[in-house]
Design a protein around this ligand. Structure first.
Ligand code: HEC
Length: 321
């Protein structure tokens, strides 16, 4: 798309909504996240690998617990509300692995790739300023001095993002403190040597278990709303696996059963019934055999870059010569 057309498309709310309606009519991309990267981006370069995370681990157990809550919340669409949640956006969609996202482009909410307008009415019924002013998505793991928001101001800033800009529900104090702890612990000094790592099913399963450990802690503390959000974060991880196994029917059935198990935990938490911790322990134990089955068929899934390339290119219209 040339610059003029891109400009013309990127003007204001009416066009933004038209753009998202057009999007819904498109054939669904194999990975949901392809909806918010630039059409010019190479799907394999962007999604066969993931940026690595630059996270400083605190030594204090209470701080570590808060950080895990924030890390999980950062990755769940339920944290945000309205359009963003419906589209499946999370903090991590824009700040991949806590970094930036040079390929991000959400129809109607971005200008050049790598920018987003977080004051657009598309996402917010409250803060939308009606003006299209996309800004570069900052790398939250970059040098502190390049960041605008001071550590002490993070809770207020993040609350504003969730409630005002993304129409999310008021986060629990634990979730808000956790998000601030997570963002504060992102540190360029903690970056691994490699800036990207292959996307693997084992990493996503590990992540689901890590998130559920945070859910278990919150459930033990009697903090059901936070525990529920953590379970939602784990379900979002399963969703990311599910879409890559779309062609593998029997594994998909198992994934959906595993997801239904987590929906059951959410119901237990919501209804205030006892037993969530035991349900979580059962799920965590059974997740090992699910993971083994998934790993054995990983080469046939879209975790395989060649398969991903095929699936992503199949839906592209032939290039005009
Ligand atoms: C649609 C993309 C998008 C999403 C989703 C998003 N952000 Fe951002 N974020 C941005 C952009 C763009 C900026 C820069 C805004 C500016 O410059 O005014 C930003 C800025 C920030 C900053 C300030 C960085 C600094 O300079 O100090 C923090 C912290 C942050 N985001 C955290 C989060 C958290 C936490 C979430 C989830 C609740 C989130 N973001 C969701 C795009 C996004």
């Amino acid at each position: 798309m040339d610059r003029r057309r891109r400009r013309a498309r990127a003007v204001g709310l009416a066009l933004a909504l038209t753009a998202s309606a057009t999007l819904a009519a498109d054939s669904a991309p194999p990975l949901r996240a392809l909806r918010w990267v630039s059409p010019d981006a190479d799907p394999v370069a962007v999604f066969a690998t993931e940026p690595t995370e630059c996270l400083r681990q605190p030594t204090d157990p209470a701080a570590a617990k808060a950080l895990e809550i924030g890390r999980a919340a950062f990755r769940t669409p339920l944290l945000l509300g309205g359009q963003a949640a419906r589209a499946g956006l999370t903090c991590e969609s824009c700040h991949r692995s806590g970094r930036g996202n040079p390929d991000f482009q959400f129809p109607g909410a971005s200008g050049e790739p790598g920018t987003a307008d977080v004051t657009l009415s598309l996402f917010s019924s409250r803060r939308g300023n009606g003006i299209h002013d996309p800004r570069p998505i900052p790398d939250l793991s970059g040098p502190r001095k390049q960041l605008k928001v001071a550590r002490a101001d993070l809770p207020a800033f993040i609350r504003g993002l969730i409630v005002e800009e993304f129409d999310g529900r008021e986060p629990t104090p634990e979730v808000l403190a956790g998000l601030a702890a997570y963002v504060s612990a992102l540190d360029p000094a903690a970056c691994p040597a490699e800036s990207r790592a292959p996307a693997r099913v084992a990493a996503l399963m590990d992540d689901a278990r890590r998130v559920l450990a945070a859910a278990r802690n919150a459930a033990v503390d009697g903090d059901r709303p936070t525990a529920g959000l953590m379970v939602a974060a784990a379900r979002a991880r399963l969703g990311l696996i599910d879409e890559r196994y779309a062609a593998l029917t029997s594994l998909r059935t198992r994934l959906r059963q595993a997801d239904a198990g987590l929906a059951g935990v959410q119901a237990t938490l919501r209804d205030g019934r006892p037993g969530a911790v035991r349900q979580l322990d059962d799920w965590l134990r059974e997740s090992r055999s699910l993971e083994a089955a998934l790993r054995s068929r990983e080469p046939a899934s879209l975790f395989n870059p060649a398969r991903l390339s095929q699936a992503a290119n199949r839906r592209l219209p032939p290039k005009a010569s």
